[in-house]
Design a protein around this ligand. Sequence first.
Ligand code: CAA
Length: 253
Amino acid sequence: MANDASRQGRTALVTGGAGCLGRAIAIALHDAGHQVLVTYHNSAAAARAWQDEQAGLGRDFTLYQVDVADNAACQALVRQLEQDGRQVDILINNAGITRDASLRKMSYDNWSEVMRSNLDSMFNMTQPLCGAMADRGWGRIVNISSVNGSKGAFGQANYAASKAGIHGFTKSLALELARKGVTVNTISPGYLATSMVKAVPEEVLKEKILPQIPLGRLGEPDEVAALVAFVCSDAAAFMTGSNIAMNGGQHMY
Ligand code: CAA
């Protein structure tokens, strides 16, 4: 099949580009030679400031606004991409939120907001984009999960359930797309130096979490971003349905 994506310089869409990890992934994919489209949800001013800063460094990113928890909004985004002549070869489902609370204190809103942003978003963004990747015979889908999807975490019944669900989604879609040149993988980072982790109460981070990490430090978003760029390369064509951990040894599979 003719495959105009069979070259470096493909187009990647990274969701959650307002966050530290999303930005690091966008930069890594840009520096690997791809065109990168980045979505943000609420923080338009911050997203534009980052876009300008990166433009000053010679990196060109195109921004789109979308709430990945909203199915209609995601469908509208995909129609907009089509109108703009954007074909998405690489999809990074990175957007996610926490609403930490022990289950006895967790509200239904805490539960459902996390499920919609972290898990419904997998369907919302992937379903309208994966068919065209399959038709073109090349694609990469990377779903960002978490160490806590595998090991669980105190105060994260909602988040851990959503992140565990991501890998079930990955494995099923990997089977469906294996013969179409489209790989689907999960990457499960551990605790990174991001604003999400910095929001954890300091004493919990110092006393409960850091001691569980054999490497004795938080990971850097750039370290995970480099792994994402590899999984999106031609060199990773034999990797599909995997759940790749990068967590400083906190949880060994
Ligand atoms: N392990 C064991 N016990 C813990 C604990 C832990 N990690 N955290 C709290 N506790 C204990 C407290 O010491 C306290 O014990 P006592 O009752 O004996 O005094 C008790 O639990 C408090 O329970 P509460 O239900 O009252 O908890 P709380 O309302 O004070 O706060 C919490 C609970 C909101 C979950 C808070 O502990 C917290 O924010 N924890 C961090 C959760 C976390 O790891 N989030 C990760 C965010 S980053 C991320 O998610 C990225 C990624 O992918 C890794």
